[in-house]
Design a protein around this ligand. Structure first.
Ligand SMILES: Nc1nc2c(c(=O)[nH]1)N[C@@H](CN(C=O)c1ccc(C(=O)N[C@@H](CCC(=O)O)C(=O)O)cc1)CN2
Length: 287
């Protein structure tokens, strides 16, 4: 079997096309969705992601404003800016690009963002809402994975999903979203004994570890759907995921590539959350 490649770039484009129409309707009713993007420090990859997020906003008519700070910014200065943005009616979403410099506590920053503007879906209130099946801003990468699977018509209920990785922004919430859709979910991590035993049970395998080639063909059941969230560089400096793509695609029924797989979906879902927040703010004004 040779797996079909899930084209994240194409699916993200179709999400953006739908959003462009929604933004134009909002605009004609006097609301321009607004996103504040906060970048602290000089991390090159973060600069690229932030630039891509702003470009995607511009393409569909979302107003975005960048606050680009040096790594020396204090935690208090950042908290003050977030407080100001929480109160700014032109801003519907606030995004603080991660990782932050070591002297700034990620938890304190995430918790300072109003849950109603938390378009990254990282605030404990949104995580709690997601866990209890309430309406919430969903974390963009896990949300993007669900949209990709829906796009290919992948059955979730009753299927066994194995998530490799337990980060707060990808692994843990991905498993929860699958559970919400009635999958049987197993989490694997650095202390898991016999990783291949578990991953071979997966109908859907999600890999978010950040280690090149951690998943090979020997880890994958014939016909499984494989979602690679890894973002690594190989010996030649080229982007690659956590999955040995060339060999696993021969075993999987579907597989996401890196690049042009999950990454573009992360940005598309950020736009989706920002538009959702703008719509909610209008509903609140009208109530
Ligand atoms: N505040 C946040 N910080 C971080 C998040 C997040 O969702 N919110 N996720 C990651 C980084 N990330 C988004 O910020 C992200 C990573 C990768 C891509 C992407 O489109 N990748 C491309 C390749 C890009 C390249 O050439 O370097 C692809 O896969 O095709 C988008 C977003 C950590 N921080």
């Amino acid at each position: 079997m040779s797996g079909k490649i899930i084209d994240g770039k194409e699916i993200a484009q179709s999400v953006r096309n739908t959003l462009r129409e929604e933004v134009s309707k909002l605009e004609s009713n006097g609301t321009v969705p607004g996103l504040a993007v906060i970048l602290v420090g000089d991390d090159q990859a973060s600069k690229t992601y932030v630039a891509n997020k702003q470009k995607a906003c511009a393409e569909i008519g979302i107003y975005s404003v960048l606050f680009d700070y040096p790594a020396s910014l204090s935690q208090q200065e950042l908290l003050t800016k977030i407080d100001e943005l929480n109160q700014d009616d032109a801003i519907h979403g606030i995004l603080v690009q991660l990782p932050l410099p070591a002297h700034i506590q990620e938890k304190a920053i995430i918790e300072a963002i109003s849950p109603e503007k938390d378009v990254d879906g990282f605030h404990p209130i949104n995580i709690g809402r997601m866990m209890t099946g309430q309406d919430a801003f969903l974390p963009c990468t896990p949300y993007g994975i669900m949209v990709m699977l829906e796009h290919i018509g992948c059955e979730i209920a009753g299927n066994h999903v194995v998530v490799v990785g337990r980060s707060n922004i990808v692994g843990k919430p991905s498993g929860q979203l699958f559970l919400n859709k009635s999958a049987t979910v197993t989490y694997c991590h650095s202390k898991t004994k016999d990783l291949a035993y578990h991953t071979k049970q997966a109908d859907i395998l999600v890999v978010a570890v950040g280690k090149k080639d951690i998943i090979t063909a020997a880890h994958v059941k014939e016909g499984a759907v494989v979602i690679d969230v890894g973002m690594n560089r190989n010996e030649e400096g080229k982007l690659c995921g956590d999955v040995s793509f060339n060999e696993v695609k021969e075993v999987a029924s579907y597989i996401t590539p890196v690049p042009k797989g999950v990454g573009p979906m992360t940005i598309a879902m950020l736009l989706e959350n920002t538009v959702k927040s703008a719509k909610k703010s209008i509903a609140l004004q009208d109530a």
